[in-house]
Design a protein around this ligand. Structure first.
Ligand SMILES: Nc1nc2c(c(=O)[nH]1)N[C@H]1C(S)=C(S)[C@@H](COP(=O)(O)OP(=O)(O)OC[C@H]3O[C@@H](n4cnc5c(=O)[nH]c(N)nc54)[C@H](O)[C@@H]3O)O[C@H]1N2
Ligand SMILES: Nc1nc2c(c(=O)[nH]1)N[C@H]1C(S)=C(S)[C@@H](COP(=O)(O)OP(=O)(O)OC[C@H]3O[C@@H](n4cnc5c(=O)[nH]c(N)nc54)[C@H](O)[C@@H]3O)O[C@H]1N2
Ligand SMILES: [Mo]
Length: 625
């Protein structure tokens, strides 16, 4: 086996931090170190470092597998691709290209993951998702306010903010590299505060935190807006807003007590927060993915956005709102697939819509996605996969989704691929990744898999060549400044400093959702040890998922901390859980980590505005285990 040494690469996870790494392979094992040329990612977290063992793990798929008489059996690539091509050809000739469905998601955020739909463009169309499982509702709300999801440069927080307010963002666990910039805020005498539904490592790190009701942030933000307007404490915002009078009228007409009731915050705490916002101005508002997983996830962010505007987002550096941004923003636009006919189904509800589709879906391919674990209503996703005549899953391990597929295709990890790029949805650096070790077993790069399928379908389409072309364009990009081996800085414009556009602030408020009598709202959260559904290699994960609940709510089901229980969702799905009493929670809801098998059998498939997935609109009851 040949040996490569000290290559530049980047963690592929759907994590804002997009850490630059150096990878070494000695013929047997992989060593990873941080690549400190990227100034925001000078250390690696546990789940990132685990790529060293993931890449060479015996859990890796090494050969294609085809379902025969119910079981997946190893087959050659030739056979695998012949079968897939035949299914595609038959489906297209019977029902046209919309009978092909393709799903990809957050498994890896490397640039080349955008390329596979070129195959469907060449075939004349496909069925796919609209929206994503992650951020669609919040992004939709922000776009309604600001025309787009505002880009906030990390420097504006690190260099200008005197306060940082986390609206539910559990940054210490999900975005650990933001901690050094936070320390700089403190170094200027500033403070970090959090609004949360429970105590977390982030609330413990914060200088103070206040509890809000799940989904109640919009109401607290609206109360704060009304209070600031009443006091006349904010100036200079009107010129940046399209509808200042209408907004002011709407905000001031709201009933303060009802708002605080919806927020679950006392008048005393709300006033304390108001004073804090004034004292530590300029404040960067850091909004959570968790805070927009509601039916009204858009309204959550519209009102937080309005508050940020009143507090000087447009006029004072450090006073903006940070959420997310397009980590693929620099992908060469001419290489983006343009599919003429696309039938797009909401990401969370497609399994329910499948039944009534004409033409029907005959062949489903899934890559970089594990909907049988990660989509709400995962039981319905499983049932859908069983109904679709032929399903293909491309992955590097046997995921819950791969286990249900008719054909499983082993793919390489980023460490086995050459010349791909990774951006960040936080900082403004991109990394060019080099190959660290040879492909595991017979695994192939995704671009290669789709190129081979195209060849069998008689199409002259070379996704691997497109990937090389994207690499060439990136290397020559006048937007990029090389700051180290494989590390490039983009002088990306900060929305708050550069936008010429006027904001359109909210003038209405959402309806409060009520759950069924006696049920608890289920909030599922991301955790430190692993990302999304990729929990297969976490050392010592609890055998039974821990469900945190207020002691009084546990008692109402006859339960105590330490006991086992069966959680039952509204559609009858069940999951065995270990009850943990947590008095930092409010009443009426409970918290479970996302990302292990069966959690999404408890969540309901709904579509929020912007076609997001409102996981937290799910309600459960508990039975003694
Ligand atoms: N280690 C690790 N890092 C990750 C991930 C991971 O799985 N593990 N996932 C990555 C991905 S894909 C994403 S999208 C992000 C997610 O990043 P975060 O948004 O930080 O994570 P969540 O756990 O979804 O939500 C954060 C917090 O919001 C709280 N919360 C829930 N509802 C509300 C609400 O209505 N209001 C308020 N104020 N708080 C609320 C929850 O208690 C939770 O602690 O993290 C990324 N980084
Ligand atoms: N209940 C609940 N469910 C949630 C959430 C929640 O908060 N609560 N969070 C949601 C969020 S924010 C997100 S982003 C989604 C994420 O859910 P998904 O988008 O499904 O992402 P992952 O589970 O990270 O990875 C999916 C699969 O991609 C594979 N993979 C990794 N790299 C590659 C690659 O290079 N090529 C290919 N072909 N496959 C690869 C992994 O092995 C894994 O099996 O989950 C959502 N699900
Ligand atoms: Mo996400």
């Amino acid at each position: 086996m040949s040996v490569w040494r000290g290559k530049t690469t980047a963690c592929p996870y759907d994590c804002p931090d997009a850490c630059a790494m150096k990878g070494m392979f000695d013929g047997t094992s992989v060593t990873l170190e941080p690549n400190t040329d990227l100034p925001y990612t000078t250390f690696l977290c546990g789940k990132g470092l685990r790529w060293a063992s993931r890449a060479t793990s015996s859990e890796r798929l090494t050969s294609p597998m085809l379902r025969r008489e119910g079981a997946l059996v190893p087959v050659s690539w030739d056979e695998a691709l012949d079968v897939w091509a035949e299914k595609v050809r038959a489906a297209v000739s019977r029902h046209g290209p919309l009978s092909l469905m393709h799903l990809s998601s957050a498994g890896s955020l490397y640039f080349s993951k955008l390329l596979p739909p070129h195959l469907f463009a060449a075939l004349g169309g496909y069925t796919t998702k609209k929206g994503n499982l992650c951020s669609s509702a919040g992004s939709f709300g922000l776009a309604e306010n600001f025309g787009e999801v505002p880009v906030t440069r990390p420097e504006s927080l690190a260099e200008h903010a005197r306060g940082v307010l986390f609206w539910g963002r559990n940054a210490l666990e999900t975005h650990a590299h933001v901690v050094p910039p936070l320390r700089r805020v403190r170094g200027r005498g500033g403070e970090i505060a959090a609004l949360e539904i429970r105590e977390t490592p982030t609330t413990r790190f914060a200088d103070r935190w206040w509890r809000v009701n799940p989904g109640g942030d919009w109401a607290l933000a609206a109360w704060l807006c009304a209070a600031l307007l009443e006091e006349g404490a904010c100036g200079g915002w009107r010129e940046h807003v399209e509808n200042p009078e209408e907004f002011e009228r709407a905000a001031r007409s709201l009933d303060g007590a009802s708002l605080l009731g919806a927020a679950g915050v006392s008048a005393e705490c709300a006033s304390e927060l108001l004073e804090w916002l004034k004292r530590f101005a300029p404040v960067t508002h850091y909004a959570a993915f968790g805070a927009q997983r509601y039916m009204h996830g858009d309204a959550q962010f519209r009102w937080i956005g309005a508050l940020a505007v009143l507090l000087g987002a447009f006029s004072e550096p450090g006073a903006g709102l940070a959420f997310s941004k397009d980590e693929m923003a620099l992908f060469p636009p001419d290489l983006l697939p343009k599919v003429e006919r696309a039938r797009r189904l909401p990401v969370a509800t497609w399994p329910v819509e499948l039944e009534s589709l004409d033409p029907p879906v005959e062949v489903l391919s899934i890559s970089g996605a594990n909907p049988v674990r990660q989509s709400p209503g995962s039981d319905l996703v499983r049932a859908a996969l069983r109904k679709i005549p032929f399903t293909v899953c491309i992955d590097f391990v046997l995921s819950d989704t791969a286990k249900e597929a008719d054909l499983v295709l082993p793919t390489t990890t980023f460490l086995e691929e050459e010349g791909d790029w990774k951006g960040s949805y936080w900082h403004n650096y991109v990394v060019r990744s080099e190959r660290v070790l040879p492909p595991r077993g017979e695994s192939l790069e995704e671009t290669d898999i789709f190129t081979r399928l195209a060849g069998r379908l008689g199409l002259s389409l070379d996704l691997t060549a497109m990937k090389r072309e994207a690499d060439r364009i990136m290397l020559a990009s006048p937007l990029l400044e090389r700051v180290g081996d494989g590390i490039y800085r983009w002088d990306e414009p900060d929305y708050w400093r550069t936008s010429r556009r006027k904001a359109s602030l909210p003038v209405s408020v959402p309806e409060a959702a009520e759950g069924p009598e006696g049920a608890l709202r289920l909030v599922t959260v991301h955790r430190k040890e692993y990302i999304n559904g990729q929990s297969w290699d976490v050392p010592s994960l609890e055998p039974i998922p821990p469900l945190s609940v207020h002691p009084a709510d546990a008692a109402s089901f006859g339960l105590k901390g330490g006991e086992e229980a069966v959680a039952r969702g509204r559609r009858g799905g069940t999951l065995r859980v270990a009850v943990r009493e947590d008095a930092s929670l409010g009443r009426g809801y409970c918290v479970l980590p996302q990302g292990t098998e069966g959690v999404n059998a408890l969540t309901d498939p709904l579509a929020s505005p912007g076609f997001g997935a409102p996981f937290a609109e799910s309600w459960i009851t508990l039975d003694k285990g």
